[in-house]
Design a protein around this ligand. Structure first.
Ligand SMILES: C[S@@+](CC[C@H](N)C(=O)[O-])C[C@H]1O[C@@H](n2cnc3c(N)ncnc32)[C@H](O)[C@@H]1O
Length: 356
């Protein structure tokens, strides 16, 4: 008995060190990749983008923020919110394919950046069915969100952008949801703009009994999500729907929880309110909405140059408005109550309850 008590913390300590080491490697490789690709871009496809100098203080804050996410991620796993194995989750085959794909794709992306061309979408797609704000190459990425090719590169691109903590930031939606839904034995949870399904995957681990739903405008990203989720959870596949978050195809008061990750900064201001109103409508009284999106100027003024550079280099036309947006106000306007805000890494979280 005594030895178990002594061994457990040691095992935990080793595992934690392994996790921190693994994340440090990811962060180092992401930074090295970004440095190299940025130098090559400047050599081969020079541009005059007016990027801002990032101060030494901002770099230090960024590093602290990365460490903070890693710490939280570890703590939540230890609390049993999700399995520790998730922290070491990696699909190496997929990683190498996507990594090679990213390099092969760069010339096309860099050319788009240089020309400021953000309307380079597949000609085979009928664009009329998408809202105008969506018909563009966000991040200057090839095909926007509208191809299998784009879906296959997206996850790794985002993880490199966030120095290896993209999933850690996504997982921060789980704890507040778990706390809010603890009395529900089989909650219904919707992930709005689920993309390639990463948050749904984490939701499945955190809520094995839940009925999960995902919606996104991209049929290609949904297909990618479907493949991955089917492989991992053949018996418990979330219900995935192609649709617009402005008009959620679900009845009123249906869900116990709604999440949305990295969506709002890509929406024009009036659309943000419409989506929040829709989340409110489909939630049950007492249900909880958890939003994860970019940090804003009000919580991270020292990172202003980082935010500015992101919107300039990555074609994010609604971002500069987003970082000044008052989400407390928007949530109150929709009817939400009990609104909390948190910041982890480069993400901000709003947790809000529908009045019971
Ligand atoms: C930056 S990605 C985030 C995807 C995913 N949540 C993640 O964590 O990676 C934005 C996603 O929002 C989707 N999207 C954008 N506007 C939408 C809308 N009006 N309705 C539904 N999905 C939308 C895009 O197709 C894309 O998958």
């Amino acid at each position: 008995m005594e030895s178990t008590v002594r061994e457990k913390p040691l095992g935990e300590e080793i595992l934690k060190n392994l996790y921190q080491g693994w994340q440090k490697i990811k962060a180092g490789l992401s930074l090295a990749h970004k440095n190299l690709s940025s130098q090559l871009r400047q050599q081969l496809f020079p541009d005059n983008l007016p990027l801002k100098q990032v101060s030494e203080e901002a770099w230090q804050i960024l590093q602290q923020r990365v460490e903070q996410v890693i710490e939280e991620d570890w703590r939540d796993a230890m609390e049993g919110i999700y399995p520790v194995s998730l922290l070491f989750d990696a699909d190496w085959g997929e990683f190498f394919q996507a990594y090679i794909g990213i390099w092969l794709d760069y010339p096309r992306t860099w050319q788009r950046i240089r020309l400021g061309n953000f309307q380079d979408l597949p000609s085979s797609i009928n664009l009329d069915k998408y809202p105008a704000y969506y018909r563009r190459n966000f991040h200057y990425q090839s095909d926007g969100y509208l191809s299998e090719y784009s879906a296959n590169l997206y996850d790794l691109q985002v993880d490199i952008l966030f120095n290896g903590i993209a999933d850690g930031m996504r997982r921060r939606v789980l704890k507040p949801l778990k706390q809010a839904l603890q009395s529900q034995s089989r909650p219904r949870i919707l992930d709005v703009a689920c993309g390639t399904g990463r948050t749904l995957k984490f939701l499945r681990y955190a809520f094995p009994e839940a009925q999960l739903y995902g919606i996104d405008l991209s049929a290609f990203y949904l297909r990618k999500a479907n493949e991955m989720l089917l492989r991992l959870f053949p018996q418990q596949l979330p219900q995935l729907v192609e649709g617009n978050a402005e008009h959620l195809p679900y009845r009123d008061n249906y869900f116990h929880g709604v999440t949305t990750v990295f969506l709002f900064h890509e929406l024009p201001s009036p659309v943000r309110q419409r989506v929040i109103n829709e989340c409110y409508r489909v939630l049950q009284p007492g249900g909880v909405l958890v939003i994860a999106d970019s940090i804003q100027l009000s919580d991270s003024p020292q990172l202003e140059a980082v935010m500015y550079n992101f919107s300039t280099l990555f074609h994010e036309p609604f971002y500069n408005d987003y970082i000044k947006d008052d989400f407390q106000n928007r949530l109150l306007e929709a009817g939400f109550d009990n609104i909390q805000e948190k910041v982890y890494g480069l993400s901000k979280y709003w947790i809000a309850t529908k009045r019971g």
